[in-house]
Design a protein around this ligand. Structure first.
Ligand code: ASP
Length: 308
């Protein structure tokens, strides 16, 4: 067995000591998320707790209009959220889609993973599950997002394929366990019932403790056709660094559909050696990284220009 096979996880070398803790997240708001995760990780908390709590902070921030509370509503003025979580230690996953009235969908996704026999719940069934498990029914529409929706209605300008973001987060704890998660209110003013990539395992996120994990953000209608997070982890398994793995995945997407250059698609990745990567179809995608020594926002170059 070669060193690269061992390092990429093909050898399943349980002796190998990961150099955690570490965290990476999408967008500028990811800095708050990774710093929240980092606090948990530095105190010896689990990668899974770090993902959930890091994402909760963004879900509860009313000023973020693409995630959880304060997220932009669908065309009917109702906020529908999607979220998913994956535990590298157990290779279990849970997700919710088209969920209404719950401020922290990532926590419901975790409950689906840990306390149900299922992996994914949608719509009214997901809401009933959340209520049964003690989650409060709440108003997700803030005055600000309601005003934006009303302005959109007056313009009657159709679906806006540029109004969206996701908090995607990947963590590595001191024990060498990893987790990934994502949460979004999806496309602003979407058709009711529309679901993007975020709650789909392999598309919006993926995790394998032997290798590492990835999370995606951008136009879900295109992302989910490429299973890009699964692909990125498989590139890492085959020896690519997280940066090169993200770049290869974005390259694959652009090779197959060059018109996706006009579409925002971005990936973040972290491997079990605490190495980071990110790439995007368009320039200047911001992502946040955290280690015990450092917390900062970096930017990709975009397209085929992303460099190490
Ligand atoms: N991927 C999300 C969705 O399509 C939105 C985003 O990340 O920008 O729902």
């Amino acid at each position: 067995m070669t060193e690269s096979q061992i390092e990429s996880g093909l050898g399943r070398d349980s002796q190998r000591i990961a150099r955690g803790p570490a965290a990476i997240a999408t967008w500028n708001f990811g800095k708050t998320a990774v710093e929240t995760s980092g606090q948990i990780l530095i105190e010896g908390g689990s990668a899974l707790d770090a993902v959930e709590k890091g994402i909760n902070v963004i879900e509860l921030d009313a000023s973020e209009c693409s995630v959880g509370y304060g997220g932009l509503p669908n065309a009917d003025g109702i906020v529908e959220v999607d979220a998913a979580i994956m535990d590298g230690k157990t290779h279990d996953a849970g997700s919710v889609a088209g969920l209404k009235h719950i401020k922290c969908p990532i926590s419901v996704a975790r409950r689906v993973m840990e306390a149900s026999d299922h992996a994914m719940l949608v719509g009214d069934g997901a809401l009933a599950f959340a209520i049964t498990h003690g989650f409060q029914i709440e108003h997700l529409l803030t005055d600000e997002s309601k005003a934006k929706w009303k302005a959109w209605l007056e313009k009657s300008s159709g679906v806006d394929l540029t109004t969206h973001d996701t908090i995607g987060l990947v963590t590595l704890d001191e024990q060498g366990n990893m987790a990934s998660g994502c949460s979004t209110s999806g496309l602003g003013y979407k058709h009711p019932g529309r679901v993007g990539d975020s709650p789909l395992i392999g598309s919006g996120l993926y995790m394998d403790n032997d290798v590492g994990g990835a999370a995606a953000t951008g136009l879900g209608e295109e992302i989910l056709k490429f299973c890009p997070c699964f692909l990125t982890v498989e590139y890492m398994r085959n020896g690519y660094s997280p940066m090169d793995a993200c770049r290869k995945t974005i390259g694959r997407i652009l090779d197959k559909k060059p018109q996706n250059r006009k579409v925002s698609i971005a990936l973040v990745a972290l491997n079990r050696r605490a190495e980071f990567g990110a790439a995007s179809t368009q320039p200047n995608f911001p992502y946040a990284i955290w280690t015990p020594q450092n917390s900062e926002v970096r930017n990709t170059k975009g397209g085929n220009l992303d460099q190490k």
